[in-house]
Design a protein around this ligand. Structure first.
Ligand SMILES: [Zn+2]
Length: 338
């Protein structure tokens, strides 16, 4: 009962429509109805139930959002959330996070991951760090292809080699029934996007736990509420690209977390995990949040709305993200002391 109340407040906080975009008011009620309980806590409970120490967890993110200028330009919503959730899963459950991003964005992502406290190492060393007698917290950052044929091969290879216990996608474009990935404004952005749909398909096929986190209705995981997106979102069933089939993705995940900013969805899951484990430091603090956002900007990620290289996300300044993190910490503290 108490956990349910805390879980409700966390969902409410991460779905506050501060950018006044209107989208979360469509996505959240649909996802919540389908899940039958608060979204972030449901995800945290499943991760807690199924993951054990030294399990590899794949966390995919990255949104190249000015591909007409350069495929090197990607946004600050996604990578900080991925790094923070990886940090929470590692601290809370001792899992080994492997981050996946577009092949040309591995360098910038490494910087974001290190800002969350990880030493980025190649896969073999990262796994070996799990057995180190002296503390070393390692994570791997791997490129995932945007080209479909290579993406399918890579998906099979990753699943066979590392046998991940969960696959998570945060702010990752998802394909519609025609294989087209769209911006929330209804345009085709298939080409630069790493084709994580194929990895999710593999995971689903092998009964590996899948989680999608998104904020626009066009991300992996939104297949869970596809009908509602088609009916209620602009471009839901009719996009502006020649495919004409709308932005609603097809890939479904076991768990879906919708939030105002995808990063907040990841923070919400981290907060719920902290409460379940009664370990407040599983959720990062506002100071760490600022550091992660500053490193993301330092690595060249842009705010997708303002277009500036600055330590914010989705048009909201760093201060707002730190305040959301601070309020989540307040709820976690309450949850851990009750
Ligand atoms: Zn289209």
């Amino acid at each position: 009962m108490e956990i349910q109340r805390l879980a409700d407040q966390i969902d409410r906080l991460i779905t506050l429509d501060l950018p006044f975009r209107g989208v979360i008011d469509v996505l959240y009620p649909s996802a919540r109805e389908r899940a039958g309980e608060p979204l972030a806590m449901k995800a945290a409970k499943e991760l807690h139930r199924l993951l054990k120490a030294k399990d590899v967890v794949l966390i995919a993110t990255g949104w190249p959002d000015r591909p007409h200028i350069s495929p090197e330009i990607a946004e600050t919503d996604g990578p900080p959330g991925a790094a923070a959730l990886g940090r929470a899963l590692h601290r809370g459950l001792k899992v080994i996070p492997f981050f996946l991003i577009e092949e040309n964005l591995v360098g910038p992502m490494e910087r974001v991951v290190q800002s969350a406290g990880f030493r980025v190492l190649p896969p073999k060393e990262t796994i070996a760090a799990g057995d180190s007698p002296s503390a070393i917290h390692a994570a791997a950052v791997l490129g995932f292809p945007s080209e479909s044929k290579r993406a399918k091969k890579k998906a099979t290879l990753l699943m066979n080699t590392f046998k991940p216990a969960a696959v998570i996608a945060i702010e990752k474009g998802g394909m519609n029934e025609k294989g087209i990935v769209h911006t929330s404004r209804g345009h085709d952005t298939t080409e630069p996007m790493a084709k994580i749909d194929f990895l999710m398909e593999e995971a689903i096929h092998r009964n590996v736990l899948t989680l999608g986190i998104g904020d626009g209705g066009n991300e992996i995981g939104m297949g869970n509420i596809r009908e509602e997106i088609k009916q209620k979102l602009p471009f839901g069933d009719k996009c502006l690209c020649p495919c004409g089939s709308g932005i609603a993705p097809v890939t479904q995940t076991d768990l879906l977390v919708t939030a105002t900013v995808s990063n907040w969805g990841a923070y919400g899951v981290s907060a719920c995990l902290a409460i379940l484990l009664k370990k407040p430091d599983v959720l990062h603090d506002p100071e760490t949040e600022r550091r992660i956002l500053e490193q993301a900007a330092g690595a060249g990620f842009i705010d997708g709305i303002s277009g500036f290289v600055e330590p914010g996300a989705d048009g909201l300044a760093a201060e707002v993200h730190c305040q959301i993190t601070s309020l989540l910490n307040l709820i976690v503290k309450k949850g851990c002391s009750s």
